[in-house]
Write a protein that binds this ligand. Structure first.
Ligand code: SF4
Length: 723
């Protein structure tokens, strides 16, 4: 069952009072007490939910037993998905310098101020920051509006904080940003290797899929901490923080030395193996063990397990890899292991990045930030022509260069060349690395706009203009999950006050900017979906074979590629993995071995700051900056009430700290107070803080992977003092 958003022309009356014209209304085509289906709007797992309506509005959620992702289960966040919509601090009206104004005033101000800055300082003086939380169609509308309509050059997304590394690694190694797996691979592996990933709490439904594996798999976890996943694993390698790249090269050395290579696959389908084998010859067990802290027996057992498990070994990674100072090369070292052992393109295999946000995969392909719509390249004239033809946008309006990366935009704002920033559905005043510096930069801006469902986020509080947005469930559109599955989510609630779907906010901005003619076809989310389908023609992410929202809902989501085909074979299977034919997306159809010498993390322990701080997810009930999960009393009961610092008993004794006492955590940049939790889950010399507390990123050291520009959150030097 679907509901079509308002798709009529923008009239003067509509612009003045959008809510009167159905933009904020409940779906008229759903029966008042119907049950309908949606995709969860939190994480990239992309679980199917059933939404139960009473008097026309969703009042309850249950897991969808028929959805191929979660098969009738959901994590606590899914159960509580509706709660966040009822919070009292919802943004219900535009706020200009903290004063409530109507949309007409807000949008005239937005366009006047942005235009003034661009006219005075040039089109590079304003930028936008998008999000993996928005739906595919509205995210694409934002990128198209900002770049093709408003003439901006720079825009990035909060996906830079989580997935940029996987994107960069896949593009270089495979020729396209193409996570190769399907979730069935969790159940079909003989060996699952999780590197810097804690799916037990970060992706609990994926972990459920691991638990359904009937092959009695070896589950290996590589993580400095004894995480919940490590506790459940058959092998845990608690390496020194950021020695993962060295470990992966050491494994490659042992596999090459001891006969673990699939030479036929390597010869037929890859390039660069000989140079790689020569490169890893210096990663002897003696060197690797000294740098990682593992014993030679542990290292040998790890390599032996991969050899014994081949050809059904799958490698999975997420933030522990992506948020490192050499993140891209680390991800590629994982890819190299899969390639050299032939563990790709077959059931239970793959070099598989687990994505973060519900639509991070959509953002990677359709945000129009560093990639042109549909995974194209702004620098490629043929790509610009193709996207221009597919969208109806005159090609001269498509920039011929990609955006600066997020951190470079912030540096430009610090330097005064970027003067206006527009943040949509993201809260970087909490989440960006070296937070104090970030907020100092925001305070320098001439114009800061925040478009969000809450007016209370740390970033919204600093904004000159707040635009109130509808949340998940209050609008329709698609998400693309970690396994490349496009799922449809309907509108089942009325947004409060004057809040509007981001999609309609962008339509109104196009009207006020006087560029709406460019977007004549972009009248509803499904109309935009059709435009995006055309953009993907002949791309690896081809969506042209999908009939529309109705088919996506009926099929339980559809994985890309979903090209038009003469036979209907792909419609018969709903589990697709890539590279089954050994052909990759590079010009020569071969995957590339890419590698570099490991470097030490930029900030090291020293006498003054003798501990390494690692940050990460706290519990399965918490999501990022907790703007939504923080609204649920149920979820609050499942998370600690106070900020807990995990430290090892040796360090507790060394610094005279007892379990449960207050402790000051101090880095070069800031300090905070936490409650000590003495545990063996961290090693001596290391401490851990969950990222959800808004002080934690005051401590983190600002470093970035040079290829993906992703922040390296996992390695900052701190000291402890008793309070
Ligand atoms: S695992 Fe992710 S997608 Fe599934 S219910 Fe939880 S938050 Fe939602």
């Amino acid at each position: 069952m679907t509901f079509r958003e308002w798709d009529g022309p923008l009239t003067a009356d509509l612009v003045r009072e959008p809510a009167k014209f159905g933009l904020g209304q409940v779906p008229s085509r759903l029966a008042p007490d119907a049950t309908t289906k949606a995709i969860c709007g939190y994480c990239s797992t992309g679980c199917g939910l059933k939404l139960h309506l009473k008097d026309g509005e969703a009042i309850n959620v249950t897991p969808d037993p028929d959805y191929p992702v979660n098969i009738g289960t959901t994590c606590p966040k899914g159960w509580e998905a509706l709660t966040a919509l009822d919070a009292p601090d919802r943004a219900t009206t535009p706020l200009l310098h903290g004063e409530a104004v109507d949309w007409d005033t807000a949008l005239k101000y937005f366009c006047g101020k942005m235009r003034g800055i661009i006219e005075k300082h040039g089109s590079e003086a304003a930028a936008f920051i998008s999000t993996g939380q928005m739906m595919l169609e509205e995210m694409a509308y934002l990128g198209a509006l900002a770049k093709f309509g408003m003439g901006l050059i720079h825009g990035d997304g909060n996906t830079r904080q989580c997935m940029a590394t996987a994107v960069t690694a896949y593009k270089e190694s495979f020729g396209f940003d193409a996570p190769p797996f399907t979730y069935a691979d969790f159940e079909e592996s003989d060996v699952l290797v999780f590197i810097g990933a804690n799916p037990c709490i970060a992706h609990p439904i994926m972990w459920q899929r691991v638990l359904r594996n009937k092959r009695k798999p070896e589950v290996i976890v590589v993580d400095p901490r004894t995480t919940e996943t490590a506790m459940s694993a058959t092998q845990h390698y608690a390496i020194k923080p950021k020695s993962d790249l060295t470990l992966l090269y050491g494994l490659a050395y042992l596999l090459a030395r001891d006969g673990g290579i699939d030479h036929d696959f390597v010869k037929a389908n890859t390039t660069g193996y000989d140079a790689f084998a020569s490169f890893v010859s210096s990663f002897t067990p003696m060197r690797v063990c000294a740098e990682t802290g593992l014993s030679t027996e542990q290292l040998a057992h790890f390599a032996q397990t991969i050899r014994d498990g081949t050809p059904r070994v799958s490698f999975w990674w997420t933030m522990g890899v992506n948020q490192g100072h050499q993140a891209t090369r680390t991800a590629q070292a994982i890819i190299n292991l899969a390639l050299m052992t032939g563990n790709i393109g077959k059931p239970g295999t793959g070099a598989n990045s687990i994505t973060g946000q519900c639509n991070a995969m959509g953002s990677r392909l359709f945000s129009n930030t560093t990639n042109l719509l549909g995974g194209h390249d702004f620098r490629n004239a043929a790509h610009r022509e193709k996207v221009g033809a597919a969208t109806g946008i005159p090609v001269e309006r498509i920039p011929s260069r990609p955006s600066l990366a997020y951190d470079q935009i912030i540096d430009a704002a610090d330097a005064g060349t970027v003067k206006a920033l527009w943040f949509i559905a993201t809260n970087p005043s909490h989440s960006w690395i070296d937070q104090s510096r970030f907020n100092r930069v925001l305070d320098k801006l001439d114009f800061l706009v925040v478009q969000d469902i809450y007016c209370s986020t740390e970033t919204a509080k600093r904004a000159h203009l707040v635009l109130p947005a509808a949340g998940w469930g209050e609008k329709e559109g698609c998400f693309i999950n970690s396994e490349r599955r496009i799922g449809y989510s309907p509108k089942v609630r009325r947004a409060p006050g004057q809040a509007l779907a981001d999609f309609h906010i962008f339509r109104l901005i196009a009207h006020y900017w006087s560029c709406e003619d460019l977007f004549r076809e972009w009248t509803s989310p499904e109309a935009v979906f059709r435009v995006l389908q055309r953009c993907t023609a002949d791309q690896p992410c081809d969506l042209t074979g999908i009939e529309g929202y109705e088919e996506i809902g009926r099929c339980g989501g559809i994985q890309w590629p979903a090209a038009k085909m003469t036979n209907e074979e792909w419609r018969m299977t709903n589990e697709r993995r890539l590279f089954e034919d050994g052909k990759f997306f590079t010009p020569d159809k071969r995957a590339k071995f890419v590698f570099d010498e490991p470097q030490a993390a930029p900030e090291q322990r020293c006498e003054e700051f003798p501990l390494i701080l690692i940050t990460g997810r706290g519990t399965s009930a918490q999501w990022h900056t907790e703007t939504r999960t923080g609204k649920s009393a149920v979820l609050a009961k499942m998370a600690p009430e106070e900020l807990l610092l995990d430290l090892h008993a040796e360090d507790a004794a060394r610094f005279g700290i007892r379990d449960g006492t207050s402790v000051r955590v101090i880095s070069k940049r800031a300090q905070l107070t936490a409650t000590a939790r003495v545990t063996t889950c961290v090693s001596p010399g290391e401490v851990f803080l969950p990222m959800h507390d808004n002080q934690v990123n005051q401590l983190t050291h600002s470093a970035f992977d040079p290829h993906s520009r992703q922040p390296a959150y996992k390695h900052s030097a701190v000291r402890l003092e008793k309070v």
